[in-house]
Structure formats: structure tokens, C-alpha cells
Design a protein around this ligand. Structure first.
Ligand SMILES: [Cu+2]
Length: 198
């Protein structure tokens, strides 16, 4: 099962990009190899009619049909990827209107750690880098210092998961990891209500 609702969308988008890239690469490289062998230079080779000669307009002007086919195919593939990408971005950037108490979390990004502030003002000092969330609820976090971005997700599996920083933010970026702790709702609420507000 996916860890969060948004993971499913990103995984399928990633799969679409990957499979399309594989299919296109296989076609391109097979044709390339075929043409290299088929049209290699031989002593008997004649100069093709449409060989460009300096100062002369070639009598035949290329292959309109193959140009139309390749441009149309590329346009269709790119349009599918663009629609899919914008759909995923639109979904993640449109937070739900109503979330449960404890489910709106302010994320402050530092070099190189995060601090999570919960909607009751709790800022667990000892829990830097641990983002606790309740299972099955819609969570609205935001990050990036000096700029407020709001995204949302719904955790679907309990357990601890690695959070990795997503914006190249400096020399400590690669080690900027945190923990996402997805807890059963009642366990989460017990923790949330017992936290001290600093
Ligand atoms: Cu970073």
C-alpha cells in the first residue's frame, strides 16, 4: 500500500514518463542502428538526389509526410505528459478546505533540518526532524523559508518513513533527512493533546 495519497499519483506519473522514455528510446536507437548499417558508405554508393550542394536549391525538398507524423506524435506524447504533470501539481497544491484539528502543520526549513509547528502552537524541540501525522487524515504542511507553500497529503500506511529534502539548499542538502511518523489516529491525538506548548 502506498504511504500517502499523493504517492500514487506521482508513482503513476513517474511510470508514464519512464515507459514512454523506454519505448521512444527503443524505436530511436533501433532505427539509428538500422540506418547506420543499411545506408553505410560503400564504394558503389551513389550521391542521393537531395544532397545539399553549395549554391544550388535541391530539386526534391524532403519528406513532408514523415515530418508531419513525427511532429504530431511528439505533440501528442508531450501533451499527455504536460496534462498529467499539471494535474498532479494542481492536486497537491489545492489543499482541502477542512482538515481535522492537529492536521495543519507548519514546516520551517532550516539549513539543514526541519522544524514542525502544530496548529495548537506545539513546537516539539526534542522532535526536530520528526513529522508526526495521523493515519488516514488529510494533512496540510508548508515549507521553504521566506515563502509560504501549502501542500497536502493523506498518509495511508502507519510506520516510520524517510523524508528527504527536495530543494537543493546547500552543502548539507544530501544529509537533510527527517522522519515521517504515521500513527493511528487515537495514538496521534493522545500525543497531540499531551504536548506542551512552548
Ligand atoms: Cu536540501
Amino acid at each position: 500500500m502506498a504511504v500517502s495519497s499523493t504517492q500514487i499519483q506521482f508513482d503513476s506519473l513517474f511510470g508514464l514518463f519512464t515507459y514512454l522514455a523506454i519505448v521512444v528510446s527503443i524505436i530511436v536507437f533501433s532505427l539509428l542502428l538500422y540506418f547506420i548499417v543499411r545506408f553505410r558508405d560503400k564504394p558503389s554508393s551513389r550521391t542521393p538526389e537531395d544532397t545539399p550542394i553549395l549554391g544550388k536549391i535541391p530539386p526534391s525538398r524532403g519528406h513532408a509526410r514523415s515530418v508531419v507524423i513525427t511532429v504530431s506524435l511528439s505533440t501528442i506524447i508531450l501533451a499527455a505528459l504536460i496534462v498529467g504533470s499539471f494535474g498532479a501539481i494542481d492536486n497537491i497544491l489545492t489543499p482541502p478546505q477542512q482538515v481535522c484539528q492537529g492536521c495543519a502543520i507548519e514546516v520551517t526549513a532550516h539549513q539543514f533540518y526541519w522544524q514542525f509547528t502544530y496548529d495548537n502552537g506545539t513546537k516539539p524541540y526534542h522532535a526536530l526532524d520528526i513529522l508526526r501525522v495521523p493515519l488516514g487524515q488529510k494533512i496540510v504542511p508548508d515549507a521553504i523559508p521566506g515563502r509560504t507553500n501549502t501542500i497536502w497529503f493523506r498518509p495511508d500506511t502507519t510506520g516510520n518513513f524517510t523524508i528527504q529534502c527536495y530543494e537543493l539548499c546547500g552543502p548539507g542538502h544530501a544529509t537533510m533527512k527527517g522522519t515521517l511518523m504515521v500513527m493511528p489516529f487515537t495514538v496521534y491525538m493522545a500525543w497531540y493533546n499531551s504536548t506542551v506548548v512552548h
